[in-house]
Write a new protein. Structure first.
Ligand code: URA
Length: 421
């Protein structure tokens, strides 16, 4: 067995030189996939020290280029979610922060596991091309204050290679592996102010609140040790964040939030935006919250999202209320509560998988109106498939198994469990 794997299993310090040789060896094809999988499995089981986690992050950053942007009145802000269902916060946070005058340039990913990807959502705006160079993204920031683009191939190639292997080998759920993956991308991405949205619950990669807090603390500490301003919000992922999962319906829900709809999605987006505005401008949390709320309520943030979409080449048809109503209206099947009671559990991982399958067949998305603890009447629709395609009966059966209704009352879950700064 390789020395580095034995060291992980004996919980010995690995050190930066050994980690560097190992990661570079993997990228150069000298360390094989099987050996790397053994290493990842060992890290999942035995973890790494904070020092080695930090060294791994550094080695990953150094595997590619690090961006730097031209100076502006305020530092660049960025957000990152550790992954969840119906999480279209970027579509709301980017325009709020940009409307506040804080430059926002974010590189986002595509779908991963059961979770959705911001880039797939952006592409729902016909014509929008998120595959652009950094120079082109900076031009968009010059024009409208924010750009959300697809991840560059040159940025953290080690994360790209490792993440693919982790996804294939079931080695995603590890604190040091998630932390190094997220933080390496943030350190290489050129921003100076970060708000991390660390999800907790059965739809998150970290299910327990304590583990999520530990992950948040680890990530904030590394970012700060590199001179960045960072805060993490521990948010609930025991139910989809927005009311619609997947496709055009999810994007339309985000536009509805920017048009005044109040929901957990708009509430969390306001919290993340407030933190970024407060950190970037050096103003109090209250002042950040006041500005974010004003920009959302006044419609300035909605106008800003239209500008961003247009600047990235997209059409604005989804901003028409009629078009959104059309997307939400097309019901092609529902699952109904078999008894009255309270919503106890939503299996978010299965629900995310079903939403993905439905979307791949051309569906608009799935409407999930209830949150944990909500009272449910027998016969109420727990989930509604939206689209202009025929719903396969097997999808409805699978969907029905995602919901657990209890006869006895269930406490609602908080949206935010804590803040790490
Ligand atoms: N998001 C990432 O970018 N990396 C992980 O490992 C998990 C979530």
């Amino acid at each position: 067995m390789n020395e580095i794997i034995e060291k992980v299993m004996r919980k010995e310090e690995l050190g930066e030189p050994l980690l560097k040789e190992w990661i570079e060896g993997f990228l150069a094809g000298k360390v094989g996939k099987d050996e790397m999988t053994e290493f990842l499995k060992a890290v999942c089981k035995f973890s790494l020290s904070e020092k080695d986690g930090s060294a791994l992050t550094k080695v990953m950053v150094e595997s590619g280029e690090t961006l730097s942007f031209k100076k502006r009145a305020y530092p660049y802000a960025d957000k990152h979610s550790t992954g969840g269902l119906a999480d279209s916060t970027t579509l709301i946070v980017a325009p709020i922060v940009a409307a506040a005058g804080v430059p926002f340039l974010k590189m986002s990913g595509r779908k991963l596991g059961h979770t959705g990807g911001t880039i797939d959502k952006l592409e729902k705006f016909k014509g929008l091309n998120p595959e652009m160079s950094i120079a082109a993204a900076e031009k968009v920031v010059d024009e409208v204050g924010a750009a959300v683009i697809a991840q560059s191939k040159e940025l953290v190639p080690a994360d790209k290679a490792l993440y693919k292997l982790r996804d294939e080998t079931g080695t995603v759920k590890s604190l040091p592996l998630i932390a190094s993956s997220v933080v390496s991308k943030k350190l290489a991405s050129g921003a100076d102010v970060f708000c991390l949205d660390v999800k907790t619950g059965n739809g998150a990669f970290m299910e327990g609140v304590e583990d999520s807090v530990a992950l948040a603390e680890w990530m904030v500490k590394i970012l700060k040790s590199h001179g960045k301003k960072a805060v993490a919000v521990i948010s609930d992922m025991n139910a989809p964040l927005g009311d619609y999962i997947g496709g055009e319906a999810e994007v339309s829900d985000a536009i509805d939030c920017l048009s005044g709809k109040q929901s957990r999605l708009s509430e969390l987006s306001l919290i993340l935006s407030s933190k970024l505005i407060s950190l970037a401008k050096g103003v109090s949390e209250d002042a950040g919250a006041e500005e974010a709320t004003r920009l959302l309520r006044s419609g300035e943030a909605l106008k800003k999202l239209m500008e961003i979409v247009r600047a990235e080449g997209g059409e604005l048809s989804l901003f028409s209320e009629e078009k959104r109503k059309e997307i939400f209206a097309a019901d092609v099947g529902s699952v109904f509560a078999e008894k009255s009671g309270y919503l106890k559990k939503i299996d978010c991982v299965s629900l995310g998988g079903i939403a993905r399958k439905f979307e791949e067949k051309g569906g608009n998305g799935i409407f999930v109106p209830f949150k944990i603890g909500d009272p449910i009447e027998k016969g109420a629709a727990l989930a509604v498939l939206k689209g202009k395609i025929e719903a396969d009966p097997s999808i409805l059966r699978e969907l029905s198994a995602c919901f657990d209704v209890s006869k006895t009352p269930v406490d609602p879950l908080p949206l935010v469990y804590g803040i790490v700064d």
